[in-house]
Design a protein around this ligand. Structure first.
Ligand SMILES: [Zn+2]
Length: 351
C-alpha cells in the first residue's frame, strides 16, 4: 500500500485511520508517511525513530511548523473506519488522524509556499511525556522544530484554540498518630486534619485572566485522597492530591508559589508539572493565520504539545478537524467537512 497525498482527501484519511497505530506501534504508518513524503521533490525528509519531519528550504523570511501525532489510544472494536452520512467513524478519526491527513495533503500541495514549512509527524503522544518523541526531538534536535509560528493539528472542530493551560500536580499531607480506634484518644486522626486543606479548596475562587486577548479560567481541584491502613486503626497519614490548571501568564515558579501560599503551613510536595503556552495571537504572523482561517479564536483549556513549542519560543495554536469532545471516545468520529475546512484554510494562508 502507498498513500496518495494528491488524491481524494477522504480516501487518504481513511487509509491512515485503517493502519492501526496505537502508541508503540507507529512504525507501519510512519513508514507509509515517510515514503509518501520522500516522493515530493520539494521536501527534505528526515526520520528519527518513528517521527518523520519534512521541510521546504526556499529561503523564505518566515518558517511555519505544522505538527501532528501518528499514534492513537488503544482500539475499542472501532476499526476499520466507517463512512456514514459524511462522517468518518473509527479509532483515531478525532484524535488526530484527520489533522495528519490534512497536513500530508497540504505538504504535497504546497510546492512553493509563501513561508518555509516544517511538517512534523511524531509518535508516542498518547503516553507519558517522557516517552513522547517531541521530548526527544526538542532535546536532541531543537533546530528541527524552529519556526516563527506553529500549528498543532489536534481536534478543535476546525476552530482556532490558542496556547494551552499549564498543569501542576501536588500532594498535601497531614500527619497524626496511629492508635486502636477503640482508644482513639491515644492517637490523632490525620484524615480529620485533611478538612483544613479541603476547606481551602472549597473556598478557592478560580481566577479568570486575559492573556494575549484570550480569557483563561483556572482550576484548583482535589483529584485524589488516600489515608488509613485498616478499619480499626486511627490513620496517621492522609495524602490529598491536588491538580492546579493554570493560565499561560504563570510560569512554573509562579504556579508553585501560588499553591504554597494557598496551603501555607501544610506539607506540600510537587508531583509533576507541565508548562502553559501563551497563544501569541498578538503577533502579525498569527493575525495573518487568523484572517485566513476566520472565526473567533478560543482559549485551549487542556494541555497539548503547543506547550513544547512555547518552551522553544515558538508561539503555537491548536487547529484541526473533529470535535475534541470525541477524542478517545469509543464513538470517535470526524465530519468530512472539517477536513476540507482545515485544508482550505492552510492552503489560503500558505499558498
Ligand atoms: Zn491528540
Amino acid at each position: 500500500m502507498r498513500l496518495d497525498l494528491t488524491g481524494d482527501l477522504v480516501t487518504l484519511f481513511r487509509q491512515i485511520v485503517d493502519v492501526e497505530s496505537v502508541s508503540g506501534n507507529e512504525r507501519e504508518l510512519a513508514d507509509l508517511v515517510e515514503a509518501a513524503l520522500r516522493e515530493q521533490p520539494h521536501l527534505d525528509v528526515v526520520r528519527d525513530g518513528d517521527t518523520v519531519i519534512a521541510r521546504t528550504n526556499l529561503g523564505r523570511d518566515q518558517r511555519v511548523v505544522v505538527a501532528g501525532h501518528l499514534d492513537t489510544v488503544p482500539v475499542a472494536a472501532n476499526l476499520p473506519s466507517r463512512l456514514v452520512d459524511d462522517v468518518v467513524h473509527g479509532r483515531g478519526t478525532a484524535d488526530m488522524k484527520g489533522g495528519v491527513a490534512v497536513a500530508l495533503a497540504c505538504a504535497a500541495a504546497l510546492t512553493s509556499p509563501n513561508r518555509d514549512l516544517t511538517w512534523v509527524f511524531y509518535d508516542h503522544e498518547e503516553v507519558a511525556a517522557a516517552d513522547n518523541s517531541l521530548t526527544r526531538i526538542a532535546r536532541e534536535h531543537p533546530e528541527w522544530l524552529e519556526g516563527d509560528f506553529a500549528v498543532l493539528m489536534e481536534p478543535t472542530s476546525a476552530g482556532v484554540e490558542g496556547g494551552c493551560q499549564g498543569t501542576l500536580r501536588f500532594t498535601v499531607t497531614t500527619r497524626g498518630r496511629a492508635a486502636h480506634s477503640a482508644r482513639s484518644w491515644l492517637g490523632h486522626n490525620a484524615i480529620h486534619d485533611a478538612a483544613g486543606p479541603l476547606a481551602l479548596l472549597q473556598a478557592c475562587e478560580p481566577r479568570e485572566v486575559e492573556v494575549d486577548g484570550l480569557t483563561y479560567r483556572e482550576g484548583m481541584n482535589a483529584v485524589g485522597i488516600a489515608g488509613g491502613i485498616a478499619t480499626n486503626v486511627i490513620p496517621d497519614t492522609c495524602v490529598l492530591t491536588v491538580n492546579f490548571r493554570f493560565a499561560p501568564d504563570r510560569d512554573e515558579a509562579d504556579a508553585v508559589a501560588h499553591c504554597r501560599q494557598l496551603f501555607a503551613g501544610y506539607d506540600l510536595e510537587v508531583v509533576d508539572f507541565a508548562p502553559a503556552a501563551r497563544p501569541g495571537l498578538d503577533r502579525p504572523i498569527a493575525q495573518e493565520f487568523l484572517a485566513a482561517v476566520g472565526g473567533e479564536p478560543r482559549p485551549k483549556f487542556g494541555w497539548t504539545d503547543v506547550a513544547r513549542f512555547g518552551a522553544l519560543g515558538v508561539p503555537a495554536v491548536n487547529f484541526g478537524p473533529a470535535d475534541p469532545g470525541r477524542a478517545h471516545a469509543d464513538d470517535e468520529c470526524c465530519p468530512v467537512a472539517d477536513l476540507y475546512t482545515c485544508r482550505d484554510a492552510l492552503l489560503r494562508w500558505l499558498a
